[in-house]
Design a protein. Structure first.
Length: 195
């Protein structure tokens, strides 16, 4: 019975993932540095049963001004785009009968059904889209809550004095290397990474 369930799950899952997806990211607030992209699925969409972390070949990904997009597959960064506009993901490991030559994509689809069967009907894949806020993040305040003591010494005059020092100000920053930010700081977040 388990083999039949795995076969039905593999066939149904591959068929549901044939549709091309469209990923987008709403405007990012100043305190959001990285967010996971979301699939656009509307009321008229037929792509309601596809896997969450599968990106079919030929899918479109919108990139806005002040954003950078990366695609992570099995934990490895495979694509990067920082140019505003639509990015077409045409090197996915998940085939779509709606992208490429029909005969080739049908063969690849049957291979994928076989691979999914070995995973009990599941994908055995994890593909994600992440967006980074590359705009300058303004009005970041810093300062000491209380003054701290600082020893000032002039050995020539033999003068030693304690003074209270307090500092505060405003600074700005921006993410200039999203790949480094992803690998060293943010990593694999579920929804968003805030400052």
């Amino acid at each position: 019975m388990g083999l039949i369930k795995a076969g039905i799950g593999a066939l149904g899952g591959v068929m549901a993932d044939q549709w091309k997806e469209f990923f987008y990211c709403d405007s990012l607030e100043n305190d959001v540095l990285m967010v996971k992209g979301s699939k656009r699925v509307g009321g008229r969409s037929s792509n309601t049963k596809g896997s969450d972390n599968v990106i079919s070949n030929g899918s479109g990904i919108a990139v806005a001004d002040g954003q950078c997009m990366i695609i992570v597959e099995q934990g490895k960064i495979v694509e990067v785009c920082a140019e505003p506009g639509e990015f077409t993901y045409d090197s996915s490991t998940e085939p779509s009968i709606f992208s490429g030559k029909l005969g080739d994509t049908i063969k690849e689809t049957f291979k994928t059904i076989g691979k999914r069967f070995t995973y009990g009907g599941d994908t055995g894949k994890d593909q994600r889209v992440y967006y980074f806020n590359t705009k300058e993040i303004l009005d970041n305040k810093f300062g000491t809550p209380n003054p701290f003591m600082f020893e000032v010494a002039n050995k020539r005059l033999g003068l030693f004095r304690s003074v209270q020092v307090r500092c505060n100000g405003i600074y700005s920053y921006r993410i200039t290397d999203p790949l480094l930010f992803y690998t060293k700081i943010a990593g694999n977040v579920g929804d968003e990474y805030r400052r």
